[in-house]
Design a protein around this ligand. Structure first.
Ligand SMILES: Cc1ncc(C[n+]2csc(CCOP(=O)(O)OP(=O)(O)O)c2C)c(N)n1
Length: 638
């Protein structure tokens, strides 16, 4: 990959190389790093705006601190491209998010500079605190621990659990709050307003700068001088801001806000803070997309824009051959609006993914009944449950992988009380380039063991619409999972139909082998089925739609007719749909040869969805092979 780094960046293969430069060179290094990110992401894709916003932060941290001995933890990690490039991965960065290549997120096995694996948000403070306490126990008194967390990630409850613990547990930790007023979409909630208040209080900022200079000087003279400066500073913060400082009330020393694009200032501040013991929070102001005008102007679009022409800013889309099937998420978004127009009890909830799950369509059309509640899956579920107790019908849309965060809430707040909350789990199945932290591997298994819960997955857009309609009409907890990406139907907007809960579909009757699928993978199986039939194998094909309740009538029919059965799911084989079929077989005394295809018991890395389906053995070819070898007929592969 022929992307030429700037003159100084070309000399940096590790933070040690960076630290050999003079402070005066840092601005140029930042410019070159920013340009490198633009050059490579434009042709290789990936997260964009967030890493442009942290260029100066990344350079300053690695310059001021002694990484990798000092422990640096990134929250979420989508903003760590600069960090990766400074820590020996620049030349390989063209493999970012590619099958077998670098991960798009920090990962412990990739580099000693990636101290903690991330992808889900709001973990950095807890992880860094764990490290800081471990250092204390091991007597490593000079070691620094730095958590970099965004204002979006700070809306996650776990961040506050970490702050709460850190305030009283002796530790040497610096939390850097990277405040750009953005999550993927504009950040929401009272905390955002609080941060804006601090940032825009002119009197406070002027006084603070004077105090800062004083503090910087006297911190060299020991703890007493520091204590005095700290008292003065706190008194001023409290008076000027007319309220106690939120972070100070967690017993953190609050510093800032400082300009997160002034690299020299950042270095100076970080060096000063190194000498101040205890938990500290540095509030840094950055601009998401900094340095690429279009990304600064439309920060949501440029969070992860795909490939683009870096000179014109045109986002490149593969040419369309004709009308294309929609994304499942858009079918959700549009169908929800349709349902909500017809029934005022319907509300929509998303934890910080309005554009990711297309709830933004409803937020625009019916704003008073569509809620972005921040990055807080647990709250999103219980908030939905609360609304359900009052007769509303919430559609709570959470990516399958992020729903793992809210498991207890699903059980305790929804299922035990048998509340009518509809969970739409987007990105169910292998999610692709984001990798293991983002695969929706477990929801079929974790939902089907919960009492009262109806668990379903549509094979196509029309089924998604009908399942949403059926869920709305069925007063019970109801889970509908569908994958990332496009469906298969161009003409998908058909009149809504009520489905019978717990009933599957027979797509083809056969006798040699039966293929049972759940959800979108049925379309992969369809290709295999066509080939099997063409090669003389009489295959039965069933779209089961529901894993709970299972279509027992259909299963009785299948087990009495076939001795070879294959189950296919885009989810973990352990405890999932195939397991449910095996349980049925055991419970009813059938015996058949059953092969379960799905995600095996291992961490599946990143790649395209087809690459990963193939690796896990349930793409169309693998399904074909499995069926063919099961019936052990000699066939010619077409
Ligand atoms: C638990 C969880 N929920 C949702 C997401 C999806 N997500 C990825 S980045 C992001 C926004 C993070 O905002 P912020 O921390 O402010 O970082 P920024 O992108 O603004 O730099 C969200 C919601 C996630 N990674 N983890």
């Amino acid at each position: 990959m022929n992307i030429i780094p700037g003159e100084l960046l070309a000399q940096i293969d590790s933070p040690d190389d960076l630290r050999r430069f003079k402070e005066d060179d840092l601005i140029q290094i930042c410019n070159e790093l920013r340009q490198y990110i633009i050059d490579i992401v434009s042709v290789k894709g990936g997260h964009f705006g967030a890493s442009l916003g942290t260029v100066e932060l990344s350079v300053a941290i690695h310059y001021a601190f002694n990484t990798p001995i000092d422990q640096l933890v990134w929250d979420v990690g989508h903003q760590a491209y600069g960090h990766k490039m400074l820590t020996g991965r620049r030349e390989n960065f063209y493999t970012n998010r590619v099958y077998g290549g670098l991960s798009g997120f920090p990962k412990r096995k990739e580099s000693e500079y990636d101290t903690f694996g991330v992808g889900h948000s709001s973990t950095s403070i807890s992880a860094a605190l764990g490290m800081a306490v471990a250092s204390r126990i091991k007597g490593e008194t000079t070691k620094q621990h730095i958590a970099v967390i965004g204002d979006g990630a700070l809306t996650g409850g776990m961040a506050f659990e970490g702050l709460n613990n850190a305030g009283t547990e002796p530790n040497n930790m610096l939390v850097i709050l990277n405040d750009n007023c953005m999550s993927i979409d504009p950040n929401v909630g009272a905390l955002k307003e609080y941060l804006t208040d601090i940032t825009t209080s002119h009197t406070y900022n002027r006084v603070k700068d004077e105090i800062w200079n004083l503090l910087g000087k006297i911190s060299k003279f020991g703890p007493n001088a520091q204590a005095i400066a700290s008292k003065v500073e706190n008194a001023i913060k409290t008076t000027v801001l007319h309220q106690s400082n939120l972070f100070e009330s967690f017993k953190f020393r609050y510093f800032g806000p400082v300009d997160g694009h002034d690299v020299n200032r950042l270095v100076q501040v970080m060096k000063d803070l190194k000498d101040i013991p205890g938990p500290k929070l540095l509030h840094v102001l950055t601009v998401k997309g900094k340095g690429y005008k279009l990304a600064e102007e439309d920060q949501t679009l440029w969070h992860s824009p795909g490939l683009f022409n870096k000179d014109t800013g045109e986002i490149l889309k593969s040419p369309k051959k004709g009308p294309e099937p929609p994304k499942y998420q858009d079918v959700f978004g549009q169908t929800l609006v349709e349902l909500a127009h017809a029934d005022k009890r319907i509300v929509g909830v998303t934890p910080a993914m309005p554009s990711g799950c297309s709830l933004n369509i409803m937020m625009k059309e019916i704003p008073d009944r569509a809620f972005d509640v921040g990055i807080c899956e647990q709250h999103a579920v219980t908030f939905s449950a609360g609304m359900a107790t009052q007769g509303l019908i919430p559609f709570c849309n959470i990516y399958s992988t992020f729903m793992q965060r809210a498991y207890d809430q699903v059980i305790h707040d929804v299922a035990i009380q048998n509340l009518h909350v509809i969970f739409c789990l987007d990105r169910g199945g292998l999610a692709g380039a984001d990798g293991p932290t983002h695969h929706g591997a477990y929801d079929i298994a974790y939902m089907r063991c919960i009492p009262n819960m109806i668990v379903s997955a549509p094979m196509n857009e029309e089924e998604l619409r009908n399942l949403m309609y059926t869920a709305y009409k069925t007063p019970a907890p109801f889970s509908i999972r569908y994958p990332r990406g496009n469906g298969v139907m161009v003409d998908w907007k058909q009149p809504l139909q009520l489905l019978e809960v717990g009933k599957g579909r027979t797509l083809r009757k056969g006798q040699d082998v039966a293929i049972l699928t759940l959800g979108h993978v049925g379309n992969l199986a369809q290709i295999a089925v066509d080939r099997l039939v063409a090669t003389g194998i009489d295959v039965g094909f069933y779209d089961m739609r529901f894993v709970k309740p299972l279509d027992e009538e259909l299963l009785h029919h299948i087990f009495s007719r076939y001795s070879h059965i294959i189950t296919v799911e885009d989810g973990c084989v352990q405890g999932g749909f195939g397991s449910a079929v095996l349980e049925f077989m055991a419970d009813h005394g059938y015996s058949a040869q059953v092969k379960r295809l799905g995600i095996p018991d291992k961490v599946v890395e990143h790649g395209t969805q087809p690459e990963l389906w193939a690796e896990c053995g349930y793409d169309e070819l693998a399904i074909f092979d499995a069926a063919r070898s099961m019936v052990s007929k000699q066939v010619v592969v077409g």
